[in-house]
Design a protein around this ligand. Structure first.
Ligand code: MSP
Length: 511
C-alpha cells in the first residue's frame, strides 16, 4: 500500500466558485478516489485563501468586515464542493488558528535561518493578482492577467532572499525530472529560474488583513506567502499532531498554469529555506475557456455573447445535467495540461454519446435482458468471453492513465470496455435467443458492467453507486479495491438484477 496526498490551490474568496475552480477540484477529487480505489492511504486537501488586499476590498465593497465576508464566501465553496460530490478529507481556511500558527512557525524558521531581510519596496502592483509586476511584464500599462491598470506602491518590506536559491532550485529540478509535469511547464519554470531570481517582498504594512509577522507585528505576511504554507498546515506542521513525515513525501500539487511561479519557484525555495524537502510532484493544468476566454470571476459579471457566464455556475449545470454528468464532462473533455473549451453544446454531445448511448444503454439493456431471459437473476460470467480480455485491458490502461494524471484517457479506456460489451451484445443478440441459452453471454455482460462500474466510479460516484445497487453486486462499491475486485470472475452472479429508470435520459441541445 502506498500513500497519496493531493491538493488543489486554495481558492480566493472574493467571489463565488465558478466552473474553472470546479474543473481543478473535480480532477483532484477523481484522482483521490482512484487512489482510494487502488488501496492507497489517501489525503485530499482543498480550501480557501482568505487574506490580502483583494479580499479586504471585496468585504469593504459589500459593507461587511473581512471576517464576516470570508465566513460567507468560504461556505459557498464548501457548498459548491458538496454539490459536486467532492470527497475532500480536509477543508482549510487560511483564517483558521491552526494556519496562522503554522505560518508563523514556518516563516520564523526561514528568518532564523537567515533568509529574510528588511528593505524598501517600490513597485507596480495588481490587486487582482496580489502581485507586483515590472514595466516590461505589463500589457500597455495594464496587468497581463486582469487587463486592469496597476498601482504604484512603496513600503517597508521584509524580503525573502529567493536569489540565493537559483542554483539549488536548478539542481533540484535536474535531480527530479518529473517534479513538474507536463514537461513543457517544467521547461517554463526552469527557464524562469535560469533567467535570474530576484528577492521577493513577503510582508505588507499597508494592510492589516493578514497573518502578523512574529518578529515585527507592524507587518502582516503577503497573502501568497501565507497561502502556500497551507499545504503543510493541513499536516499539522509545527503542532502536536505533526504528520509531515507521513504525508509530505507523497504530496501532489494540482495547480493552474498561471500560478507556476509561486508553486514551482517560490514554494520549493521557501521549503528549502525552512529545511523542508520541496514538493516532488506538481502537475500544471490549463484553463477552461468559454468563447476562447478564461472563465473567471472578473468576467463573471459581463455578458460576453450567447452564453452568459454568470449563468453557468457549477450549481446551475448540475441541476440541469446531474452531478455526475458535469463531473464526467470536466474530466473527459479537457485533458489535464491543456486548455479546453466549455460549451453547453459540447457538454450535451458528450452526455448523449458517452452517458446516454454507451453507459446508459449497456446498463439498461443488460438489466432488461437478464430480466426477460434469466428471470432477473445474473448468470455467472464465461471465462472464455472476449470481454474478459477487454476488461483486463481496461483495468490496466485506465490505471496507467490515472497514474499519468490523464483522467480523460482513463475514461477512454473504461469506455472502450463499455463499447466492447455493447458490441458483444449486438453480435450475439441475446434478446432474440431462447431463455436459458444465453447465460454465458449475459453473465459476461453483467461482469463487464461490474468492472465498468468500479472503473468509472472515480468520475461518476453517485451513478456508479446506483448501478452497483441495481445489479445487486456483493459488498459496497466503496469497499471495492483494485486489482483484486477488477479481475474477471471476481463477480460470480446469482444475485437479482433490478431494471430501474433510465440513468441518463437523452437530451436535445440546450434542453
Ligand atoms: N489563491 C490563489 C492560490 C493559492 S494556492 C497556495 C489563487 N486562487 S484562484 O481562486 O484565483 O485560483 C485558484 C485556481 O483556480 C488556480 O489554479 C487557477 O488556475 C484555477 N482556475 C481559475 N480559473 C480557471 C479556469 N477558467 N480554468 C481552470 N482553472 C482555473 O490563485
Amino acid at each position: 500500500m502506498d500513500r497519496f496526498y493531493i491538493t488543489t490551490p486554495i481558492y480566493y474568496v472574493n467571489d463565488v466558485p465558478h466552473l474553472g475552480h470546479a474543473y481543478c477540484t473535480v480532477n483532484a477529487d477523481a484522482l483521490a478516489r482512484w487512489h482510494r480505489l487502488i488501496g492507497d492511504e489517501t489525503l485530499f486537501l482543498t480550501g480557501t485563501d482568505e487574506h490580502g488586499a483583494k479580499v479586504a476590498d471585496s468585504a469593504a465593497l459589500n459593507g461587511v468586515t473581512p471576517g464576516e465576508w470570508t465566513d460567507r464566501t468560504s461556505s459557498r465553496f464548501q457548498e459548491a464542493w458538496k454539490g459536486l460530490e467532492i470527497s475532500n478529507d480536509d477543508f482549510l481556511r487560511t483564517t483558521e488558528a491552526r494556519h496562522s500558527a503554522t505560518v508563523q512557525d514556518f516563516l520564523q524558521k526561514i528568518y532564523d535561518n537567515g533568509f529574510i531581510r528588511i528593505d524598501k519596496y517600490k513597485g507596480l502592483y495588481c490587486v487582482g493578482c496580489e502581485d507586483y509586476y515590472t514595466e516590461d511584464q505589463l500589457n500597455s500599462g495594464n496587468c497581463p492577467v486582469h487587463g486592469r491598470p496597476v498601482v504604484e506602491m512603496e513600503e517597508d518590506n521584509y524580503f525573502f532572499e529567493l536569489s540565493k536559491f537559483e542554483d539549488r532550485l536548478i539542481e533540484w529540478y535536474e535531480k527530479n525530472p518529473t517534479a513538474i509535469r507536463p514537461g513543457t511547464k517544467r521547461n517554463e519554470a526552469l527557464s524562469f529560474i535560469k533567467g535570474g531570481l530576484k528577492d521577493v517582498s513577503i510582508t505588507r504594512t499597508s494592510l492589516t488583513w493578514g497573518i502578523p509577522v512574529p518578529w515585527d507585528e507592524r507587518h502582516v505576511f503577503y497573502v501568497w506567502y501565507d497561502a502556500l504554507i497551507n499545504y503543510l498546515t493541513a499536516l499539522g506542521y509545527g503542532s502536536e499532531n505533526n504528520e509531515v513525515a507521513k504525508w509530505w513525501p507523497h504530496v501532489h500539487h494540482l495547480i493552474g498554469k498561471e500560478i507556476i511561479r509561486f508553486h514551482c519557484v517560490w514554494w520549493p525555495a521557501m521549503c528549502m529555506a525552512a529545511g523542508v524537502e520541496p514538493p516532488a510532484n506538481i502537475f500544471v493544468h490549463g484553463w477552461l475557456l468559454v468563447g476562447g476566454q478564461k472563465l473567471s470571476k472578473s468576467m463573471a459579471s459581463e455578458d460576453t455573447g450567447p452564453v452568459k457566464l454568470t449563468e453557468i455556475t457549477p450549481a446551475s449545470l448540475t441541476e440541469d445535467f446531474g452531478i455526475d454528468a458535469v463531473r464526467y464532462h470536466l474530466l473527459r473533455d479537457v485533458p489535464l495540461g491543456t486548455d479546453g473549451e466549455f460549451s453547453i453544446e459540447g457538454m450535451t454531445l458528450r452526455y448523449n454519446a458517452d452517458l446516454a448511448n454507451n453507459l446508459g444503454n449497456l446498463v439498461s439493456r443488460v438489466a432488461t435482458v437478464v430480466g426477460s431471459k434469466c428471470g432477473g437473476i445474473a448468470p455467472s460470467p464465461d471465462e472464455h468471453s472476449p470481454l474478459a480480455a477487454a476488461a483486463r485491458d481496461a483495468v490496466t490502461e485506465s490505471g496507467e492513465a490515472w497514474e499519468r494524471f490523464a483522467p480523460h484517457e482513463a475514461l477512454e479506456a473504461t469506455w472502450r470496455l463499455i463499447g466492447a460489451a455493447n458490441a458483444e451484445l449486438e453480435r450475439t443478440e441475446p434478446w432474440k435467443a431462447e431463455a436459458g441459452s444465453v447465460d454465458d453471454v449475459l453473465g459476461s455482460a453483467v461482469e463487464a458492467v461490474r468492472i465498468v462500474t468500479i472503473l468509472a466510479s472515480p468520475a461518476l460516484p453517485a451513478i456508479c453507486a446506483e448501478i452497483w445497487r441495481r445489479f445487486g453486486f456483493a459488498g459496497t462499491l466503496q469497499n471495492q479495491h483494485l486489482p483484486a475486485d477488477g479481475l474477471w470472475g471476481a463477480g460470480q452472479g446469482g444475485q437479482s438484477v433490478e431494471k430501474g429508470e433510465p440513468l441518463f435520459p437523452r437530451r436535445t441541445s440546450g434542453s
